[in-house]
Design a protein around this ligand. Structure first.
Ligand SMILES: [Mg+2]
Length: 274
């Protein structure tokens, strides 16, 4: 626990960790306030590449959490950073929402919407505006050998009342059935998303901790990126699931509420020794 108390940068999953659908998880606000009051920071980390940051800021604000755009990092942003490191201004055939298209154009990429063009990458996001035409074009480019990237691997996106929407991973399964190819994935659980955050905010791995409710995305991210991980039981994963899983978290709490005391006790240490 001593190690965890010393962490200064909290990468936070949102759904299942901070809120559940449209409700704040008990103690989440106190948890965030405590991080801030201790002079530490948090960054909300989402694999959802269908929405822009303003939507998350609005949602968090509505739940009583004062967040700004700088505190939100999406798999879409991680993907633009990754591609900017490889080929700035690349020509991209993008399967994504208008919000994601705008993000790519803002970052200087050229979006090619036609088939049979000379392009550098096919990028698959959580495209809630997906059409057969778009899938066909993507399959064609990918089978011709164009490099293929996906913002994140989730098969389903959770909604309130145990409902869900098919997500980018399900679209990738369609493309794989047609082409036999799988994408390079940037979002959780891959280290690329953490590397993008480190470079954007100029952070040190040793200071960071990933907190989330999903084993195969959030906790696996910690393992892949070599950062400390905290599993919370407030969302998808229950104690039974964790007992059966091979994915191990460094720390486990019922919810972020239980981390408040730990963080506050560090303040006491600071007062005592500082
Ligand atoms: Mg979650």
């Amino acid at each position: 626990m001593e190690k965890l108390r010393k962490k200064t940068v909290f990468l936070l999953d949102m759904d299942g960790t901070i809120y559940l659908g449209d409700e704040l998880i008990d103690g989440a606000k106190e948890f965030l306030d405590t991080i801030r009051e201790s002079g530490k920071r948090y960054i909300f980390l989402t694999n959802n590449s269908s929405k822009n940051k303003e939507i998350y800021v609005e949602k968090l604000n509505k739940l009583g959490i004062g967040a700004n755009k700088e505190e939100i990092f999406t798999s879409g942003e991680a993907t633009t950073m990754y591609l900017n490191g490889k080929k700035p201004g690349a020509r991209i055939y993008l399967l994504g929402t208008q919000a994601l298209e705008e993000e790519f154009e803002r970052e200087g990429f050229i979006l090619e919407r036609q088939r049979h063009r000379d392009i550098d990458y096919v990028v698959l996001g959580f495209d809630t505006t997906l059409t057969y035409e778009k899938l066909w074009g993507a399959c064609e480019y990918i089978s011709q050998g164009v490099e293929y990237i996906a913002t994140h691997p989730d098969f389903n996106c959770p909604l309130a009342n145990n409902k869900f929407m098919p997500d980018a991973g399900a679209m990738a399964a369609f493309i794989e059935a047609s082409t036999g190819k799988t994408p390079k994935v940037i979002g959780k659980p891959n280290k690329e998303i953490v590397e993008s955050i480190i470079s954007k905010y100029n952070l040190d791995k040793d200071d960071m901790v990933m907190v989330g409710d999903r084993l195969y995305t959030d906790i696996k991210t910690g393992e892949n990126a070599g950062i400390t991980s905290v599993l919370v039981y407030s969302g998808e994963t229950k104690e039974d699931d964790y007992a059966r899983s091979e994915i191990r978290a460094d720390y486990v709490f019922d919810s972020v509420k239980d981390m408040v005391r730990l963080l506050k006790s560090q303040d006491i240490d600071n007062l005592a020794f500082g």
